[in-house]
Design a protein around this ligand. Structure first.
Ligand code: NAG
Ligand code: NAG
Ligand code: NAG
Ligand code: NAG
Length: 374
């Protein structure tokens, strides 16, 4: 009896050793394969259906480029810009929370408007209100609206773990969080954007249109669907579309404020035309083009300007829409800034607190709403 037991223990131990050896000799496939796969998938004219590949999870940690210390004036730059330059070459980070079935798995043809909302982990209240207001997943005029919040991580150690836990719970309960393992910061917004475009290519290449915006905008998504359905012309997800609040003839900010872009990041004093990043609408076709261009254009810390650079690289232009007001509405003094009549015909306006959004969304849908013009 005792003999048998010792044998058994020995056997188990042996098995464990074998398993250990096996796993250590079979590491994850090298990332170069995945790069190849991704490139093939995007280059083939008849793109194969998006199958659930683990590609997005496998990227190894990207390390900072220490040669940057030799760039003239580097040590005099603010820390956030030094960090930007150290990591400028990193265009892949591991995906922590994925939504492989957001667009119906392999056939995402039913998503008409995908709402892609930049949201830092701490902005829980904003996400909650958006879920109940303009970003509610629903059908409007026969067209499906779907929602995704895109996020990095915040904090370190325990704080980071807690925030990630929050994102995990929201992901489980609402199925609307995409999260990558990079640090949320203003200068990393471009990175977030590029990571999203990569995800889109892989997981949701057939979405017709996208709204790309912040979590504090008021987006009149009903009006957007109606606009995109072609009341105002011929719009198709297969053609170029990039509309918002047009910025032309601008260039990098050289004063040392939040938007500061030093010559070490960009020498040229001008930007190609772009749309203000608070919110813009684009077609699935254009998103795909932007993704391809993002592989060629070095990351720039101002995310909306970067989109303009990628458009320019592809020979495309952004355009303007009157209903997009990233600077807020410019209303005469003494009027009620939250009068729903100002908002019932817009596409989007920046910026609102969660409780203001909640009331406004209700009010613009009030069938009894009486405004001056009708
Ligand atoms: C690292 O920085 C140096 C100096 O700016 C640059 O020449 C080099 O191309 C960078 N390497 C990568 C991988 O981006
Ligand atoms: C910076 O430049 C010096 C002199 O050319 C060189 O010896 C050093 O290796 C460089 N440092 C990095 C991190 O590239
Ligand atoms: C961007 O994210 C990376 C990865 O987490 C981080 O190391 C870097 O400091 C961040 N950059 C900025 C400018 O915050
Ligand atoms: C819309 O598309 C149809 C069919 O492709 C075409 O006949 C029509 O001229 C287009 N209208 C506009 C305003 O572009």
């Amino acid at each position: 009896m005792r003999r048998i037991r010792t044998d058994l223990i020995l056997m188990v131990a042996l098995c464990l050793v074998v398993i250990l050896l096996w796993t250590s000799y079979h590491p994850q496939p090298p990332p170069s394969n995945d790069v190849q796969l991704l490139i093939q998938a995007t280059q083939s004219p008849n793109r194969p259906p998006a199958v659930s590949r683990p590609t997005l999870h496998l990227w190894p940690r990207c390390h900072r480029n220490l040669s940057m210390v030799n760039v003239t004036g580097f040590s005099d730059l603010p820390e956030r810009l030094r960090n930007f330059l150290y990591y400028q070459h990193c265009k892949h980070f591991p995906l922590l929370l994925d939504l492989p079935h957001k667009c119906g798995g392999t056939d995402g043809s039913d998503v008409f408007l995908l709402l892609v909302i930049k949201s830092a982990p701490g902005n829980f209240e904003r996400r909650q209100v958006l879920r109940e207001t303009w970003a509610e997943e629903r059908k409007h005029n026969g067209a499906w609206i779907r929602r995704i919040f895109i996020s990095g991580t915040t904090g370190t150690d325990l704080q980071k773990q807690r925030m990630n836990k929050l994102m995990e719970v929201e992901h489980r309960n609402h199925g609307d969080i995409l999260q990558w393992d990079f640090e949320e910061s203003f200068l990393n917004l471009t990175l977030k954007q590029v990571l999203f475009l990569e995800w889109l290519e892989d997981r949701c290449p057939r979405a017709h249109f996208l709204l790309n915006g912040d979590d504090d905008i008021f987006a009149h998504t009903d009006n957007m669907v109606e606009y995109l359905q072609g009341d105002h012309g011929n719009l198709s997800g297969d053609k170029h579309l990039f509309v918002g609040s047009l910025m032309e003839g601008t260039g990098p900010v050289r004063e040392p404020n939040k938007y500061f872009v030093p010559v070490q990041v960009q020498e040229s004093d001008s930007y190609p035309a772009y749309c203000s990043g608070g919110g813009y609408l684009l077609s699935g076709h254009t998103a795909n083009v932007l993704y391809k261009m993002s592989k060629l254009v070095a990351l720039h810390p101002i995310d909306d300007a970067y989109m303009g650079m990628c458009l320019a690289r592809a020979g495309l232009k952004p355009s303007s829409h009157m209903g997009v007001k990233p600077g807020g509405l410019f209303l005469p003094p003494k009027v009620d800034t939250y009068d729903p009549c100002y908002y019932k015909d817009v596409l989007m306006v920046h910026r609102f607190l969660p409780h203001q959004m909640y009331v406004l969304w209700d009010q613009v849908h009030d069938p009894g709403l009486r405004c001056w013009s009708n």
